[in-house]
Every structure is written in structure tokens, then in C-alpha cells.
Design a protein around this ligand. Structure first.
Ligand SMILES: *[C@@H]1O[C@H](CO)[C@@H](O)[C@H](O)[C@H]1NC(C)=O
Ligand SMILES: *[C@@H]1O[C@H](CO)[C@@H](O)[C@H](O)[C@H]1NC(C)=O
Ligand SMILES: *[C@@H]1O[C@H](CO)[C@@H](O)[C@H](O)[C@H]1NC(C)=O
Length: 449
């Protein structure tokens, strides 16, 4: 999940929306495995644009499971609270959570969390909600650790593999998503280690490469490719603080060559856009240049910046439509691998432990100013939401689905949370904010190609 406003500064309110008639959605058809895999080099890869598959990706993320996020499971972090009025002393990420507990306690608590947060029943529920894919974040530390890392290591892989099996049993596809790199690729809490940006230090990069090579090798084998239809090299590398040439050559291209040349495999490689503008990747690893099977992942939020939060609702819809209009002719197939129903940043810790919310003007990070837009009171009590707010949340979500389905589809952030409504697919569906079925629409589709 994006916790930075840097990218948002780059997303101007562009594009326009004009009404088109309802009923142009393809209905979500039942699919079985295997039949949409295509031969190449006598091997197989998933053909996202094929006429047989015939539906966009309609996915959901399994956030806060194998990589902790304080806002998704605050109860794990609240036990450290010392003071009602301050978050001081509360670990801010999984690194500090495991460091605070020590290896044994951390392993005990995390095992309990991994066993209970996602079970086979969840994959069945996800299928019955109409989704066709789950994106599963996992950190490098599941496989390898740096010498002074406090992380619990070596236990997560079996949960990932179980989830892939459950997905397969339910006819769901999977993206395996390396969500945290050694040293952190973005400084977000969801990378495992907040406020660190040392992904490209040589030793760290070696460790991360070793892990992603392992994942590429494992999940491109025949036994997985029917279900795992993409491996994401790294989630949200923070372009503006990274060396972009190094990201492209020493990481994206290096892994492409490792998979295609060294291993000779056909799995789809997913690259995140590194918070660059849409179309930035149009001339990198393209089919024209002889590369293939590279899919670009764009993430979209409008709540990590005060001015975006304060934009009119109509402007927010227009921006969402423009995302869809702009991706239609990107050279790579692309999917919105994260986005949300959220129109506020009121959910506790969604900006990180201790930072509070821009929406009600209480934001506290780096003395960055925020101003009052509205109240965050009772944010997690749906019955207290005005009808207007309920309608807007649904309308915003529908608009994004329409926009992203102009190309390869979407993956909602996230499947479940302990307390949040705006970030929780289960609660959104239960409360009639997430369309059920997923192609049901209450509002006209304003997003035109
Ligand atoms: C990183 O890997 C390269 C290639 O294997 C090796 O030559 C180099 O010494 C490694 N660097 C560190 C700091 O581990
Ligand atoms: C927030 O939006 C309102 C309505 O468009 C506008 O009047 C106000 O100036 C904005 N506030 C700030 C601080 O930009
Ligand atoms: C994509 O389409 C837009 C609008 O028609 C056009 O301005 C732009 O040049 C196109 N870009 C590419 C890379 O084809």
C-alpha cells in the first residue's frame, strides 16, 4: 500500500469523462484452469489478453498476512501501547515488531496470525464474491535474512504454498508479490522496515536478487503455472529516491534475463511502475525490442495528499477515469494491482503508526502540514456514515472498476482488516459498497475509452 504522496504529486487531474450507456460490462464467467495458457518455447504462459480468457483480472490482495501492516491488524501492535494519548513505544512495522518480541515470542505470535488470518474458507469466499485472482505479498525475510535482522524467517513459504493450493482448488489465479526488499525499496511500513531506503546497496541487492531468483524459479515450474500467472519482482520501488537506471538494468532486466535465458521459462513478469507517470514504461522491455511476457502494475490512491483529499468528488471520479483512459494504449499489458474504496485517510495507522490523518488536519509526519477537511469520528461505524458518503464510496469504487477494466483489470487492496471499512473487501461487500456481483452497477459509467 502506498504511504507516500510523492507519486500523487505527479498525477495531475487530467482527462475528462463523458457519459456512456450502462451494460457494457462483460459478465464474470466461470473459468477452469489450464485452458488459457499458451505455448511458447514449448512451455506455457498465461495470456491475459486472449479472447478465450475473455475477462479482466478482478482480484483482491491478501494484505497484512505474510507481511504485517499495523493498520490491517492493529491488535497485534496495540499490546505494546503504553500511553492512551501517544503511539510512542508501539512498533511501527514487522521489523520492529519482531525485534521488540524477540525470536521465540515473535515466532509464536506470527505463527498464530499466519494460521488464522487466511484459511481455505477465505479463498472459497473470495471465489464466491466473484474475484478471479489473489495477489499475495511476501517479504524477502521469509527466505533470507541480513546478519542483524530480527525477522522470523523460514516459516512463511508453507503458508504461501498452501494459499496457492487453496486458490487452485477454487479456480482462482495468483500473483506472487515480493513486497519487501532487503534494506527496503520504499521506506513504507509495508516493506517490513519503515524509513529505510537501502534496497540498492550492493549487499542488500544481492540478498533480494537471491530471493526473487528463487521465487522466479519455483513459481515458473509446470506444477505452478496453471495457477500462478505472474511473479512481481518488487512492490512499489520508490522511483523518486532510487537510481532508476539501476532499477531497470540491475533488477528488472537482470531478472528478466535470469528467467528467460538462464532458466528458459515463460512465466509472466510483473513490474511495478515505480511511481512514474503512466506510459513511462512504454519503451522498456517491450515486444518490439524482442522481450515478452512483461506486465506493468500501477497503483492508484487519492488519499495520501491533502489537496487530493480536498478535491471535489467529481474531480476524483474524473481522475479515476483518466487512469483508465491513459492505460488503454500503454505498450505493456497492465493491471491496477492496488487501489481502494477509501476517500479519507481516517483509518487508524493507514499513514503509519503515530502519524494520524490528513483528512481531519491531525497529520503529524515530518511537520508536514495538513488542514481540516472533515471529521474522522466514527469512521469505522458504517451506520454513522451519511447516505451521501455511502453513495460516494460505491460510486468511486464502480468508477475505478470501469476505468481499470478498459485494459487488464484490477486487484483491490485489501481482502480483510480488523477494523477498517474503507480498506476491507468483506465489509465493503457486506455493506453494499463493493458491487455484488462485481459487475453490478448503481451509477452510470462515465469512463469512456
Ligand atoms: C554481490 O554479488 C556479486 C556477484 O555475485 C559479488 O561479486 C559481490 O561481492 C557481492 N557483494 C556483496 C557486498 O556481497
Ligand atoms: C479545499 O477545497 C475547498 C472547496 O473546493 C476550497 O474552497 C478550499 O480552498 C480548499 N482548501 C485548501 C486549503 O486548499
Ligand atoms: C495514446 O493515446 C493518446 C490519446 O489518443 C495519444 O495522445 C497518445 O499519443 C497515445 N500514446 C501512444 C504511446 O500510443
Amino acid at each position: 500500500m502506498l504511504l507516500s504522496s510523492i507519486a500523487l504529486l505527479m498525477e495531475a487531474v487530467v482527462g475528462f469523462c463523458s457519459p456512456v450507456s450502462k451494460g457494457e460490462q462483460k459478465s464474470g464467467s466461470e473459468t477452469t484452469n489450464v485452458q488459457f495458457l499458451t505455448e511458447r518455447n514449448q512451455k506455457r504462459y498465461f495470456d491475459y489478453g486472449s479472447t478465450e480468457w475473455n475477462e479482466p483480472i478482478r482480484g483482491v490482495n491478501l494484505g497484512g498476512w505474510l507481511v504485517l501492516e499495523p493498520f490491517i491488524t492493529p491488535s497485534l501492535f496495540e499490546v505494546f501501547r503504553e500511553n492512551d494519548n501517544s503511539d510512542e513505544g508501539i512498533p511501527v512495522d514487522e521489523y520492529h515488531y519482531t525485534k521488540a518480541l524477540g525470536p521465540e515470542l515473535a515466532a509464536n505470535r506470527l505463527e498464530a496470525h499466519w494460521q488464522s488470518w487466511i484459511t481455505e474458507k477465505d479463498l472459497t469466499a473470495i471465489k464466491s464474491m466473484g474475484f478471479n485472482l489473489v495477489r499475495i505479498p511476501i517479504g524477502y525475510w521469509a527466505y533470507e535474512t541480513l546478519s542483524d535482522d530480527p525477522y522470523v524467517s523460514g516459516h512463511q513459504e508453507k503458508y504461501l504454498d498452501e494459499a496457492i493450493e487453496w486458490a487452485s482448488n477454487n479456480g482462482l489465479k495468483v500473483w506472487v508479490d515480493l513486497h519487501g526488499a532487503a534494506g527496503s525499496q520504499n521506506g513504507f511500513d509495508n516493506s517490513g522496515l519503515r524509513d529505510s531506503y537501502k534496497f540498492q546497496d550492493e549487499e542488500n541487492l544481492n540478498v533480494t536478487r537471491k530471493v526473487i531468483h528463487y521465487l522466479l524459479d519455483k513459481y515458473s515450474r509446470d506444477e505452478y503455472v496453471d495457477t500462478v500467472i505472474g511473479v512481481q519482482l518488487i512492490n512499489e520501488p520508490l522511483g523518486p529516491v532510487l537510481d532508476m537506471d539501476k532499477l531497470k538494468n540491475d533488477y528488472y532486466l537482470e531478472n528478466y534475463n535470469y528467467l528467460r535465458q538462464e532458466l528458459g521459462r515463460d512465466q509472466i513478469i510483473v513490474i511495478h511502475d515505480a511511481f512514474q507517470p503512466l506510459h513511462y514504461w512504454d519503451d522498456f522491455l517491450t515486444e518490439d525490442q524482442g522481450y515478452w511476457g512483461v506486465l506493468v502494475d500501477h497503483h492508484h490512491y487519492q488519499i495520501f495528499d491533502s489537496n487530493q483529499l480536498n478535491a471535489t468528488f467529481e474531480d476524483k471520479l474524473k481522475l479515476a477515469c483518466s487512469w483508465g483512459q491513459d492505460i488503454v494504449n500503454e505498450s505493456h499489458w497492465n493491471v491496477a494491482g492496488e487501489f481502494a474504496a477509501a476517500l479519507t485517510d481516517c483509518t487508524k495507522w493507514v499513514n503509519g503508526v503515530g502519524y494520524k490523518a490528513r483528512y481531519d488536519g491531525s497529520y503529524q509526519k515530518d511537520n508536514q502540514g495538513s488542514f481540516y477537511i472533515g471529521s474522522c469520528e466514527n469512521n469505522e461505524d458504517f451506520s454513522s456514515w451519511s447516505q451521501d458518503r455511502k453513495d460516494q464510496a460505491r460510486h468511486y469504487l464502480e468508477t475505478q472498476l470501469n476505468a481499470f477494466e478498459l485494459r487488464g483489470g484490477w486487484i483491490l487492496w485489501t481482502y480483510k482488516t480488523e477494523n477498517s471499512i474503507e480498506w476491507d473487501a468483506q465489509k465493503l461487500a457486506y455493506n453494499g459498497v463493493l458491487p455484488q456481483p462485481l459487475d453490478d452497477r448503481k451509477f452510470p459509467n462515465y469512463c469512456k475509452k
